[in-house]
Design a protein around this ligand. Sequence first.
Ligand SMILES: [Zn+2]
Length: 72
Amino acid sequence: MIRQESEGRWLAKCDLCSWKTVESNRETAESNLRNHLSLTHRKGRRRKMKKKPRILPEEKPPQIPSPIDEHS
Ligand SMILES: [Zn+2]
């Protein structure tokens, strides 16, 4: 969260941990907070829950050879 302190200073405080910073302008405070969130908490990046199904060549069912006609 971003909050204006006294003397025109801006306090950026993380809601997820005890990290905080005080900057002289809001822009810097916001960007520092965003930076902290992305580095420490990776906000905005959803964790991939599902793994892509990967079929390896070895996992493919073996090819069944066509039956040989023995009546030759
Ligand atoms: Zn944090």
